[in-house]
Write a protein that binds this ligand. Structure first.
Ligand SMILES: *Cc1c(COP(=O)(O)O)cnc(C)c1O
Length: 485
C-alpha cells in the first residue's frame, strides 16, 4: 500500500506556520533582479500547515529513524560515538559558519589559525609531520594518499610501480581506491591470530609495489603486531607504508603511526573526532605525511609568514594538485578542533582507553551466546560470528533485525568478509556500563529466542515503523514522499 506523506495530507488552504521578515520596500528591487522567465506565475504547491504541526511532523520523523541521540549504535568500524553538543555549538558560531571561503587571508585570521592548529594537533596525535585538511571523507583521503605515493615514486623517476599490498581484512574502500587511481591490488592473508604475518608480505614484495595499505587496529579489532617488520620489508623494497586511520579511536595517546614506519595516513575526523555521520553527510578525511612527502600535499598549503601571519601558498610545484574546493568541510574541522581542545591530550588518551575497555567488557558478556572466531584481547571493537545460529536457521541478518525491536542499532553485518555471518561490534567509549549490560542481556535473549522461538527472530522487526525494507532499492530510488509497506 502506498501512504501519502502526512505533511501534505494535513495541508489546509490559508494555514500558515511562518513569519517572514518585512521586505516590502525591497520586494520590487529583488524581483527586478530576477529574469522574467524565472519568475513564478503560481504559488509553489507547498503544504499549508501551522508551526505546531510542522514541529510534530519533524520531531515525529526524527524518532522513526535510529540515531545516536536516540539509542545505542554499535556499528563496527563506523565509530558511532555520542558527539558532544558543545562541538556543534562551536561549528555554529557566526564567525565560522558565516565566513565566506573566498574571504581574503587577511580577514580570515581566526579560521586559518584554527586550521593551522588542528593540523598541528593531528601531527601530534599521529606522529607525522604535515597534514592536509582538504579531503572530504576517508575514501577521499585514501585517494589523496595514493596520489601522493605515486608522485613520490615518479619524482624519483621510478615509473614501473603499480601494485598496492592490502590485507584480506581490509575495508572495501581500500581496494576500491586502489582501482580508482589505476593501481592494482595484491592481497595478503591474515593468520589464525587475525594479523598479517611479515612472511606473507615478503612473499609478494617486489619492485613493482607502490606500497602497502594497512588498517590498525585492523577490521577484526585486533592490533597488528608485526608493523615494524612489515614496514622494514616494504621500505627495503623501495615502497611506502599507508595507514588507514579510520580506527584511530583505539590509538590516541597510545600508538602513533608515524613512530613505527607509516609514511602516509588518513584520519576520519567524522568518526574519531566527533562529527555526526552516516547517510553520506559531510566528513573529513584529513591526510598526514612524513617530512619527505610533504611537498606532494594538495595545494594550497597553509603556511606561516615571518611576521607570524598565515597564508595559502599555491607555489608548490611538486603538489598533486587540489582534491577539493576550498578547505574541505570546514564545519567538521571546527568540531574536531573543539573536541581535541576540550579533551586535551590526556582526555584523548582516556577516550581510547575507555573505547578498548568497553569493547573487551562487552565481548566477555556476549561471547557465551555467539561464536568468537578470534579469541584475543580486542582493541575498540570485536567480531562475533552467527554461525551457531545459522546452523539452526537464524541468520546474522535476522539477529540484527531483531535488535531493532529493542531500540538498538545492529552491529556491522557480514564484514569483515573473512568471518562467516560476521557481527562487528563497536560500543565506543561514550556508552555507560549499564548500556553495555543491557545490550548483553538483549543479545542473550535473542540467542535464546533463536533456539526456542525461531520465527520471532526470522520475522523481525515487529515494532518498527516499517518492517524489512528493500535496502538496495531504498538507497537507489530515494523517494521519501511514499513508503512501501
Ligand atoms: C569508514 C572507513 C573507511 C572509509 O571512510 P569514509 O569516510 O566512509 O569514506 C575506510 N576504512 C575503514 C577501516 C573505515 O572504517
Amino acid at each position: 500500500m502506498k501512504r501519502p506523506n502526512l505533511i501534505y495530507q494535513k495541508s489546509v488552504s490559508g494555514r500558515k506556520g511562518y513569519t517572514l521578515p518585512n521586505t516590502k520596500n525591497r520586494t520590487s528591487e529583488i524581483l527586478s533582479a530576477i529574469p522574467e522567465k524565472y519568475l513564478r506565475t503560481a504559488d509553489a504547491p507547498l503544504p499549508e500547515i501551522s508551526e505546531s504541526e510542522v514541529m510534530r511532523h519533524f520531531v515525529g520523523l526524527s524518532v522513526k529513524n535510529h540515531h545516536i541521540d536516540k539509542g545505542f549504535y554499535p556499528l563496527g568500524s563506523c565509530t558511532m560515538k555520542y558527539n558532544p553538543k558543545l562541538n556543534d555549538k562551536a561549528a555554529g558560531l557566526k564567525g565560522f559558519s558565516s565566513h565566506h571561503p573566498l574571504t581574503p587571508n587577511g580577514l580570515s585570521a581566526g579560521c586559518l589559525r584554527l586550521m593551522h592548529e588542528l593540523s598541528k594537533d593531528l601531527c601530534e596525535v599521529s606522529g607525522l609531520d604535515a597534514v592536509t585538511l582538504q579531503p572530504a571523507a576517508g575514501a577521499h583521503g585514501e585517494f589523496t594518499g595514493l596520489h601522493i605515493m605515486r608522485a613520490y615514486h615518479l619524482k624519483k623517476g621510478d615509473t614501473k610501480r603499480f601494485k598496492i599490498i592490502i590485507p584480506d581484512s581490509a575495508h572495501g574502500t581500500n581496494p576500491a581506491t586502489v582501482t580508482s587511481v589505476g593501481f592494482k591490488t595484491v592481497q595478503v592473508k591474515s593468520n589464525e591470530l587475525g594479523v598479517i604475518p611479515p612472511e606473507a608480505v615478503a612473499e609478494v614484495m617486489d619492485d613493482e609495489v607502490v606500497g602497502m595499505m594497512m588498517t590498525n587496529p585492523n577490521t577484526l579489532g585486533i592490533f597488528e603486531t608485526h608493523i615494524k617488520e612489515i614496514s622494514k620489508i616494504i621500505h627495503d623494497g623501495g615502497g611506502l607504508m599507508y595507514m588507514d586511520g579510520a580506527n584511530l579511536n583505539a590509538n590516541m595517546g597510545i600508538f602513533r603511526p608515524g613512530d613505527v614506519g607509516f609514511d602516509v595516513m588518513h584520519f576520519n575526523l567524522h568518526k574519531t573526532f566527533s562529527t555526526p555521520h552516516g547517510g553520506g553527510g559531510p566528513g573529513s578525511g584529513a591526510v598526514g605525511v612524513t617530512k619527505e612527502l610533504e611537498k606532494f600535499l594538495p595545494f594550497p598549503v597553509l603556511e606561516k609568514k615571518d611576521d607570524g601571519s598565515l597564508f595559502f601558498n599555491y607555489d608548490r610545484p611538486d603538489s598533486i594538485g587540489r582534491v577539493h574546493s576550498f578547505n574541505g568541510n570546514f564545519g567538521v574541522l571546527v568540531r574536531a578542533f573543539a573536541y581535541i581542545r576540550s579533551l586535551g591530550g590526556d582526555g584523548l588518551k582516556e577516550v581510547s582507553e575507555n573505547a578498548v575497555l568497553n569493547a573487551n567488557y562487552l565481548k566477555e558478556i556476549v561471547r557465551e551466546y555467539f561464536d568468537l572466531p578470534y579469541d584475543v584481547t580486542c582493541m575498540h571493537e570485536f567480531v562475533l560470528s552467527g554461525n551457531r545460529q545459522k546452523k539452526i536457521g537464524v541468520k546474522t541478518l535476522d539477529i540484527s533485525k531483531r535488535l531493532l525491536d529493542f531500540g538498538v542499532h545492529s552491529p556491522t553485518n557480514y564484514f569483515p568478509l573473512i568471518v562467516p555471518e560476521a557481527m562487528m561490534i563497536e560500543p565506543t567509549e561514550t556508552e555507560t556500563r549499564e548500556t553495555l549490560d543491557e545490550f548483553g542481556a538483549i543479545m542473550k535473549q535473542i540467542a535464546t529466542e533463536a533456539v526456542e522461538d525461531k520465527e520471532l527472530v526470522t520475522s523481525a522487526p515487529h515494532t518498527t515503523v516499517v518492517r524489512r525494507l528493500d535496502e538496495v532499492g531504498a538507497a537507489r530510488k530515494g523517494d521519501v514522499a511514499f513508503l512501501e509497506d
